[in-house]
Design a protein around this ligand. Structure first.
Ligand code: GDP
Length: 139
């Protein structure tokens, strides 16, 4: 059964390019409630752990370097069918394939620097949320 929470990050490119406000606006206009949120920065160890599933991929080093190069906004979001609906709102990994009206279509610059993260399953949403937020930070 689908749960009602997902986890997101505004990635370093989105923060550097001044898109925190624009992206948060699309998220709230999309019907998501912000449960938790903070500006933070991943260490290399954090990024390697967060993206461990991609450790054998050729772009892993580039991905870790990108994700640690500046601050990110981490957030937990709530909405019915949150994981699937948020994946729809962010669009395809590669902005060239992202649908009109999606966050990545508007703000991503490449397949690597694609502005936002969205959990791909309820299980990962729970793991990723717990990675960044204590229970008392979840409202
Ligand atoms: P997502 O679930 O849409 O974020 O995509 P994936 O789980 O497949 O990949 C995780 C992240 O790795 C993506 O959001 C990109 O930031 C990065 N990534 C994926 N494919 C590539 C690639 O071919 N090159 C680079 N540099 N980064 C990639």
């Amino acid at each position: 059964m689908a749960t009602n929470r997902t986890f997101t990050m505004i990635k370093p490119d989105g923060v550097e390019n001044g898109h925190i406000g624009g992206i948060l606006n699309m998220i709230t206009e999309g019907g998501f409630r912000i449960v938790s949120m903070k500006l933070t920065q991943l260490t290399v160890a954090d990024a390697q752990k967060f993206y461990a599933v991609h450790s054998a991929r050729p772009f892993f080093g580039e991905l870790v370097e990108f994700m640690t190069r500046g601050p990110i906004v981490a957030a937990i979001l709530e909405k019915d069918n949150a994981v699937e609906d948020f994946r729809t709102l962010i669009g395809a990994t590669n902005p060239a394939d992202a649908a009109e009206g999606t966050i990545r279509k508007k703000y991503a610059t490449s397949i690597g620097e694609n502005a936002v993260h969205g959990s791909d399953s309820d299980e990962n949403a729970a793991i990723e949320s717990a990675f960044h937020f204590a229970g008392r930070e979840q409202f």
